[in-house]
Design a protein around this ligand. Structure first.
Ligand SMILES: *Cc1c(COP(=O)(O)O)cnc(C)c1O
Length: 356
């Protein structure tokens, strides 16, 4: 039976990425050696890093003055690296969910943190509006897509101070005006590569402004100066990321991805809104994530939750159980998830409705 992979992360990757990476695990770049056993300083691997950086710049239309680096440590290490490198006195944060909260907790170690707005009062089921970003903050931090609660900021915010964004779970899902951001980071395991590599896109002019000493490995400048080769980078995930970037380019880039993603999300939310058994957890359509669609059993049908989960699992739907903080279901519709899988899930929802 065909499996439909709705995992939130690590999550579905293009078959192209999996096959090419598997092949390189046997023979990388015709060297007769595995990708796992070659020097990261070999000219063949340096070419991989350079091509991945170039494709980041091309696909996201990254202006001059920005660096792209590949690090270890996950997005979670960025929660501390960002304030370590950028927070002099005070930083502003938008609190839109579990990942924002983790980022805020780390920033508080380094200085004053102003929470400009929060949606915690409603279990993060909306994006706060009409907030004011303080002009005396060193930067303003947002989480563009809330993987757990299923909300997403789908436009590029205008900020009077450098804008920093955690884009772990929506990078490359839509065109982004990078010039509006000072720094964008993310773990790769949602939309790009297997776990193990973290990307950082940083405008060089925001660095070097804080007085504190920064440990070498946690200093962005170290990795910029050494082209992500200060220490051994995550070789296999970077190679896989390059394959996904090539696949993205071949598919028509982020503008084309956005069209496909809009359509996939509209179809699934449409079915959730139509089907009497289900209710989307994010009421405002403008705040609904295109990447992580969260839904629960509608009022009066709560008792059928387990039965639906079993029904869907028997039909090949994998990873749709909701995060424990939200309950219900979450279907992640990352770039690599085909329309066919969304259609299959909708069919399962309709078939289950007929049994009730
Ligand atoms: C998954 C996720 C993280 C955590 O990433 P790690 O690489 O596991 O540290 C951070 N932010 C967001 C938005 C995520 O989805």
């Amino acid at each position: 039976m065909k499996k439909h992979n709705f995992y939130a992360g690590p999550s579905i990757l293009p078959q192209y990425t999996i096959e090419n990476t598997a092949n390189a695990l046997h023979d990388f770049a015709g060297m007769g050696l595995s990708l796992m056993e070659i020097s990261h300083r070999s000219k063949q691997f340096i070419a991989v890093v350079e091509e991945a950086q170039a494709l980041f710049k091309e696909l996201l239309n990254i202006p001059e003055g920005y660096s792209v680096i590949f690090l270890g440590g996950g997005a979670s290490t960025q929660f501390c690296m960002v304030p370590y490198n950028l927070l002099g006195k005070k930083a502003a944060y938008l609190n839109t969910g579990a990942w924002s909260k983790k980022a805020i907790k780390e920033a508080k170690i380094f200085g004053e943190v102003e929470i400009v707005a929060t949606s915690e009062d409603k279990n993060f089921n909306y994006i706060p509006k009409g907030f004011t970003i303080p002009k005396d903050a060193d930067y303003f931090h947002i989480t563009t897509n809330n993987t757990i609660f299923g909300t997403e900021i789908l436009h590029d915010i205008d900020s009077p101070v450098p804008l920093v964004a955690d884009m772990s779970s929506d990078i490359f899902s839509r065109p982004v005006d990078v010039s509006k951001y000072a720094l964008i980071y993310g773990g790769a395991q949602k939309n790009l590569a297997p776990a193990g590599v973290t990307f950082v896109i940083v405008r060089q002019d925001v660095l070097g402004k804080v007085d504190r000493p920064i440990p070498t490995m946690l200093k962005y400048q170290t990795h910029i100066d050494k082209e992500s080769m200060f220490n051994t980078p995550p070789v296999v995930p970077i190679y896989a990321a390059l394959q996904t970037l090539k696949w993205l380019k071949e598919k028509g880039g982020v503008a084309e991805m956005e069209k496909i993603n809009k359509n996939k999300a509209a179809l699934l939310y449409g079915e959730i809104d139509r089907n009497k058994l289900f209710r989307a957890t994010v009421p405002n359509p403008a705040d609904r994530s295109r990447m992580n669609v969260c839904f629960v059993m509608n009022e009066g049908y709560e008792a059928h939750e387990k039965a639906f989960n079993d029904f869907a699992t028997e039909r090949g739907m994998i990873g749709i159980k909701g995060h424990r903080d939200v309950g219900g279901f979450r279907a992640s519709l990352y770039n690599a998830l085909p329309l066919e899988s969304v259609e299959a899930l909708i069919k399962v929802m309709q078939d289950f409705e007929k049994t009730i």
